[in-house]
Design a protein around this ligand. Sequence first.
Ligand code: SAH
Length: 244
Amino acid sequence: MDYSDSIKIVLVGTTHPGNIGAAARAIKTMGLRHLDLVSPKEFPSDEAIYRSKAAKDILEKASTYETLLESVKECEVVIGTSARNRKVPWPVLNPKDASKEISLAVKNNSKVAIVFGREDRGLTNEELGLCNLHVHIPTNEDYTSLNLAQAVQIVTYEIRMKFLESENLKNDQEWDVELASAEQTERLIEHMDELMKEVEFYDTENPRKLLMRVRRFFKRSGIDVMETNIFRGLFSTIQKKLNK
Ligand code: SAH
């Protein structure tokens, strides 16, 4: 069972270094080890080391990035966690169902990132838009927001349960082509946007929901590398004809 190399936990904009340490502890107890920090307010930090207990090694090996895209660009599956519903609804799973998708992805050799937001305001819509699916821990509707490290604990626990359970079950579906990475999907979306502008498909003064919907379509489709090449090839052919 080596799911630990394929999965990383990403903490975005963490304010309290103690939460980073507690998250590292949660990650290690559940058999994972890769931690990325996107623009943490204070890191490295003694408070983080103190709260990590015996998971100091996770902190020492953690990578730091400025933006979420830099952290997840190589990942084929990006999962965002959120304490509340957002404007454009995205596919949302609970941690247990998400763990099935994660297990399947890992078996197909995909790299998976699970992204957690800021203590005060979670992830931005733009950051959630980089994700293929969202996970919501079904908390009390009147008080939905868990402590960051506790949310990490619950999600990583379900992942561990799924992998323990499926250790001997090797009959899950396999895909014939590698899934597209986050970066490849970004390029496809950009290319489609470029083409839509060339044919004046939408009012560039007011594009927001349309682009979010196009993005949601591609992110939730589980698009593979060959499929992105087909779309991009088609877009290029249309562009060539237009520019003749
Ligand atoms: N007020 C913020 C709450 C942030 S809590 C908001 O509206 O999003 C900090 C982080 O912990 C969240 O970004 C998310 O990654 C995680 N988290 C907290 N509660 C959660 C829940 N019920 N389901 C999924 N993730 C949760």
